[in-house]
Design a binder for this molecule. Structure first.
Ligand code: ATP
Length: 274
């Protein structure tokens, strides 16, 4: 195909617009694989022989009491914390323990922290635009057709996060829930293969929680989503498979009903909402 044809063919997806080329290989196994992972902080074992497998397209909820190791586990996956021992693979091709944080992110692992960090002085649209234009050298050279591809992607994401009507409003005027959705949208602009979402509904109203449940369940299948959450009602509303972490290891895994009836889990959560 000639360059002219490429630029004029609206069905064509430009290589750089797909952002992450997702060379992750899931043909023969899971998208994420942690085996016998251990991390100690000053002699304290925060992660203790952790084994975890996430399938491609899966929505997994991770629960566990305070200090169970949930954040540390996310830090290990994103390259922020290096384990002392163990293996962490993204598909069968990428050994994440040999990669740094930016390289792991560019493989298609997006992380949503608990607090929203949108650019309040920019509009909703501009926030999404900024999230896409990762390569600032390329952006000024875009043709009108390429820019139309960008706008299509932004429209698609605006619809997914339910903020179409607010596209030209400043992010600073959004509610807490809307800011959280916008930030999820910013991650989606990069077409991640795996989204790690930390306590998405903390501080949300009931209605915002319901909308967040819809959003996260709608993402599953298209990408893999790992949600760490304390709110059991919310977990129940979205969960297919739940992993319970305790003292840095998997204590139980299964449906919400299975894990919430597990005597070990009940014991660990005694005194907490379960
Ligand atoms: N950098 C660090 N230095 C020392 N100890 C740490 C460090 N990071 C985490 N820990 C300890 O490791 C344990 C696991 O912490 P982590 O934050 O992963 O748990 P969590 O399950 O995310 O807890 P929470 O639900 O409260 O966020 C805790 O006891 C914590 O105090």
């Amino acid at each position: 195909m000639s360059l002219f044809q490429e630029l004029t063919d609206r069905e064509h997806v430009f290589e750089f617009l797909t952002q992450v080329q997702s060379p992750v290989d899931v043909r023969h196994g899971p998208i994420l694989y942690l085996e016998d992972v251990n991390v100690s902080f000053d002699g304290f074992k925060a992660i203790n022989n952790l084994n975890l497998t996430i399938d491609d397209g899966e929505l997994r909820c991770i629960i566990g009491p305070n200090g169970a190791g949930k954040t540390t586990m996310m830090d290990i996956i994103t390259g922020k914390t290096r384990p002392d021992t163990g293996s962490v693979w993204f598909g069968s091709r990428h050994n994440l323990l040999t990669m740094n944080e930016p390289d792991i992110a560019s493989l298609g692992i997006g992380r949503k922290f608990q607090k929203p960090t949108v650019f309040e002085a920019l509009t909703v649209f501009e926030n999404l635009e900024l999230a896409m234009a990762t390569d600032k050298r390329v952006f000024p050279t875009l043709t009108a057709v390429m820019k139309a591809e960008y706008r299509d992607r932004i429209d698609e994401v605006l619809e997914m996060i339910g903020l179409e009507a607010l596209r030209d409003r400043l992010a600073g005027i959004l509610s807490h829930g809307q800011k959280q959705w916008l930030e999820i949208g910013m991650l989606l602009m990069q077409k991640p293969r795996l989204l790690l979402v930390d306590e998405p509904v903390a501080g949300m109203t009931e209605q915002e929680m319901e909308r967040t449940a819809e959003l996260l369940t709608s993402l599953a299948g298209k990408q893999s989503v790992v949600v760490v959450e304390h709110d059991m009602g919310f977990v129940r509303s979205i969960a297919r498979k739940v992993t319970v972490l305790h003292q840095g290891s998997v204590l139980a895994e299964g449906s919400m009903d299975q894990v919430s009836n597990d005597p070990e889990v009940i014991k660990v959560y005694l005194g907490e909402e379960a």
